[in-house]
Design a protein around this ligand. Structure first.
Ligand code: ZN
Length: 496
């Protein structure tokens, strides 16, 4: 018989009377032995089920010494808390659809509390203690990770991801050539040669509903939680992209659990997203402010005091929601180096600002704008070196009428369409070379077969490479003496 199943153990369904008696006895003991009253309480146990783990949060009245270990046959996870007592009914804990079947509690060594979780699958535990915040006191967070399972089951589009990966490599090479003062034509030719036959890939968008799990985000005057409305809006944004040919979207979370800020961008990188958009709802102490605003990353401080304040507020999520204890950041620190990255980052931020302008324009048609320009500040969630990223504050949940709007499915739909259409408008103007949108644009460009209309930014070598002909053949076919092209000029494309 496993050692923990001893008579000291009480089952979950401690009735209130027994609980009270044991409390009284404990108190009497404390008086008799003049033990310093240092015992901590477990005020609650909250549970958040994610696809790749379940997070168990112990709300504690004080800092507690703990040990966490697993046992086999049958599978269990044991959490021992030194000098701690239960101050709530563990029967109220609903393990939901997770690795946990049930939990049991018991006393140990007189004053210690033991919590045993019965498990239905293999897990890998991680735990950490979080210090008090405005919302919570001390919390012991125990993550039960499911080995071999990612937060997203599989790439949303493995082929698009692969092509996008090659495209990003080529883009990096291009920037490196620019940085070193080399002619970019070789890199361009290499990039464009990947477009035959044209892959017509989908553009992948990461849609990130802010907060989640024990991090509710902002709360409205009638109790609306930011984490719930932004999930509803994000789902509609995803649906908008999925219904648009040439686009595919995925959610960084599709349920009520917390995802660490760095993990959100990591998911976007894993999926080779072309774009990342984080959806939030603003809140301030006063009920007055209303309207939508759009934020991009800044490298050199915030554009306004309120942008800085907001970035600090949103960045605090990890303190409330809890960081990913086992997230390895070493490889990304490696990436975050060098001139190359700096160039990529600048290009990425320019793209972010361009998309931001489009989104703001569309939002301005359906809602009051809190800020009429794309603001910039150091949001952690926007720090992806090569994925253009935006954070959209859809409205002020702290304003009673905007809170009401944010709850309505019709308004959520309008906001989602505005976000989606803004991003789509940008990509229609600047489609990645391998995308379906680029192919469609190229089809519509020429006067007919064998012709090509020169676009802004085109170079002779680029047009030649794209059509698989030599520069010389292209020049001959069009009687060109130099390498200069004019925007709008129609070129004859010779047979290769
Ligand atoms: Zn937020």
């Amino acid at each position: 018989m496993p050692f923990y199943e001893k008579p000291w153990q009480t089952r979950c369904h401690v009735n209130a009377a027994r609980h009270l008696i044991s409390l009284v006895v404990l108190m009497m003991l404390a008086i008799w032995h003049v033990v310093p009253a240092q015992a901590a309480d477990v005020d609650n146990i909250r549970l958040w089920a994610a696809p790749d783990h379940v997070r168990v949060v112990f709300d504690l009245s004080d800092e507690v010494e703990s040990s966490v270990f697993k046992l086999d046959g049958p599978r269990r996870l044991v959490v021992d808390l030194k000098d701690t007592q239960l101050a709530f009914d563990p029967d109220d804990v609903d393990p939901g659809d997770s690795a946990i079947d049930a939990l049991r509690t018991g006393r140990r060594n007189g004053d210690d509390l033991r919590v045993v979780f019965d498990l239905n699958r293999k897990i890998e535990p991680h735990h950490f203690l979080l210090p008090p915040t405005d919302q919570y006191g001390y919390r012991l967070v125990v993550d039960l990770d499911y080995p071999g399972e990612g937060a997203l089951d599989e790439p949303v589009d493995p082929i698009a991801a692969m092509i996008r990966d090659q495209e990003m490599d080529a883009e990096r090479e291009l920037r490196q050539a620019e940085a070193e003062g080399r002619s970019p034509s070789a890199a361009l030719a290499k990039r464009d040669s990947q477009a035959k036959p044209h892959p017509k890939r989908d553009i992948i968008v990461a849609v990130d509903p802010g907060h989640g799990g024990e991090d509710p985000g902002a709360t409205g005057p009638s109790g609306t939680r930011e984490k719930d409305v932004v999930l509803a809006i994000a789902r509609k944004v995803k649906a908008h992209f999925d219904a648009t040919p040439g686009f595919k979207a995925f959610l960084t979370r599709d349920s009520d659990y917390y995802v660490g800020l760095r993990k959100r961008t990591l998911l976007a990188r894993e999926q080779k997203a072309d774009f990342f958009v984080s959806v939030h709802a603003d809140a301030v102490k006063s009920r007055g402010p209303t309207g939508s605003s759009v934020y991009a990353l800044s490298k050199n401080g915030a554009t306004s005091e309120s942008a800085r304040w907001l970035a600090e507020t949103e960045n605090r999520s990890d303190l409330i929601g809890g960081v990913d204890g086992n997230l390895d950041l070493s490889d990304k620190d490696e990436v975050l180096r060098g001139v190359l990255l700096d160039l990529t980052m600048t290009a990425t931020m320019n793209d972010s600002l361009s998309v931001g302008g489009q989104v703001l324009d569309k939002l301005g048609r359906i809602n009051h704008l809190h800020r009429s320009q794309v603001e910039q500040a150091g949001f952690v969630v926007l720090k992806s070196p090569d994925i253009p990223s935006l954070l959209v504050e859809t409205g002020f949940i702290s304003n009673p009428s905007e809170e009401k709007k944010l709850r309505s499915s019709a308004f959520q739909e309008q906001v989602a369409d505005a976000i989606g259409d803004g991003i789509i408008a940008h990509f229609r103007h600047h489609p990645p070379p391998s995308s379906l949108l680029a192919w469609q644009r190229d089809q519509g460009r020429g006067g007919g077969p064998g012709e090509y209309r020169v676009q802004k930014g085109d170079t002779l070598s680029q047009v030649a490479a794209r059509h698989d002909v030599t520069m010389l053949a292209l020049k001959r076919a069009n009687d060109l003496s130099g390498d200069i092209l004019r925007v709008g000029q129609v070129l004859k494309i010779p047979h290769s």
